[in-house]
Design a protein. Structure first.
Ligand code: GGG
Length: 355
């Protein structure tokens, strides 16, 4: 679904590069949008602070000014990547997880599609993961106690009917826009019968809701346990069209699917709510390659396109996506993750030339 294109004289885009290669790939997204000229309203980029590095300087990973600017000044946003530490750091909390909740960006939409395919060697992949973005284990309610047997840690996993219904609705709406119109519900309700059971039943019930009014009648529905879904994703990815999943499974499945199309550096996403959208490459901050001008900028450029499409600027989105596809297909100017020798900046120039 695209948000209706408001008559805008300018397009205000909040830019949150955050950490690591986020700072190298967000300028690529900006260059792609600027190359569109009059296909979109005049873009205005608003630089905003967030991230672990910002936390080490300021004591907060997501300042109130950033959230206020996104809510009150911006039409949409682009987020780069964040280097959240693997160990608890007092006072730190992931800014991307917080942003998704604060802006109610309840759906993380992650299309994964192979561009240049030799079916004898590579599988044909054309799927979209619709990941619930606000709950599951990402509510981050963790506790630890010390018992006579040592430490004991617990995490709360939240699944609600409301969130499951709206992510289900997003999955069915997405399926309507695709040729195959097929939704696979991912769960583990043979073990987690209450939480995943609620997710599965609620998503399944969406086509029958009175307000849906039969719109999803042409959509076929399948379901799959998450472990077997990963197995089948690697064996026969062509069976999947729209995969809808609770937060953690969706996060894992979309990274796994990225492996089938050549690189995590190719896969874009949008975090979407009913009134705001934020593009974000699926990859992380990759501290091992940060600052070397070798990060793949294509996922960020595609995320800009997805964001524009969501806002109703389909022509601009097509121009960016087609240019990216041509550069991948030609295979001459690619970053090292795709077997190339080119720099980030060279790939950006190559795409921009074709926009
Ligand atoms: N662009 C995706 C990204 O930044 N991934 C890293 C990530 O999600 N880290 C976990 C977190 O900060 O919540």
């Amino acid at each position: 679904r695209s948000m209706a294109t408001a008559a805008r004289s300018s397009l205000k885009i909040g830019m949150l590069p955050a950490d690591g290669i986020g700072r190298e790939v967000l300028p690529a997204a900006r260059a792609a949008i600027l190359a569109l000229g009059s296909s979109v309203p005049k873009p205005e980029f608003i630089d905003l602070m967030a991230g672990f590095e910002y936390f080490t300087r300021s004591g907060t990973a997501l300042p109130d000014e950033t959230v206020d600017a996104l809510k009150n000044e911006c039409d949409c946003a682009l987020f780069g990547a964040v280097s959240s530490p693997s160990k608890k750091v007092i006072g730190y909390s992931s800014p991307i997880v917080a942003l998704r909740k604060k802006l109610d960006l309840y759906a993380n939409i992650r299309p994964v599609k192979s561009v240049s395919v030799d079916p004898a060697v590579n599988p044909v992949v054309d799927l979209v993961v619709i990941r619930e973005n606000t709950e599951c284990l990402y509510v981050k309610q963790e506790t630890q106690v010390v018992t006579e047997n040592g430490k004991e840690a617990r995490a709360t996993r939240l699944i609600t009917e409301r969130a499951s219904r709206r992510i289900g609705d997003m999955a069915f709406r997405t399926a309507l826009t695709r040729p195959r119109k097929h939704v696979t519900i991912i769960h583990k309700s043979n073990v987690l019968s209450i939480t995943d059971g609620l997710f599965r039943e609620t998503v399944r019930s969406v086509p029958g809701l009175p307000e849906v009014n039969g719109r999803y009648g042409d959509i076929t529905i399948a379901e799959q346990l998450v472990d077997s879904a990963v197995y089948r994703l690697f064996r026969e990815p062509e069976i999947y069209d729209v995969m809808v999943a609770p937060n953690l499974y969706g996060d894992i499945i979309s990274d796994a699917a990225a492996a089938l199309v050549g690189s995590l550096g190719l896969v874009p996403s949008v975090n979407a709510g009913d009134s705001f959208v934020m593009g974000e490459p699926v990859h992380g901050s990759a501290p091992d390659i940060a600052g070397q001008n070798i990060a793949n900028p294509l996922a960020a450029m595609r995320s800009a396109a997805l964001m524009l499409r969501h806002l109703g600027y389909g022509e601009g989105a097509d121009r960016i996506e087609n240019a990216v596809d041509v550069v991948i297909r030609e295979g001459k100017v690619l970053t090292p993750d795709l077997g190339g020798k080119s720099k980030t900046s060279e790939v950006v120039d190559e795409v921009v030339k074709r926009i």
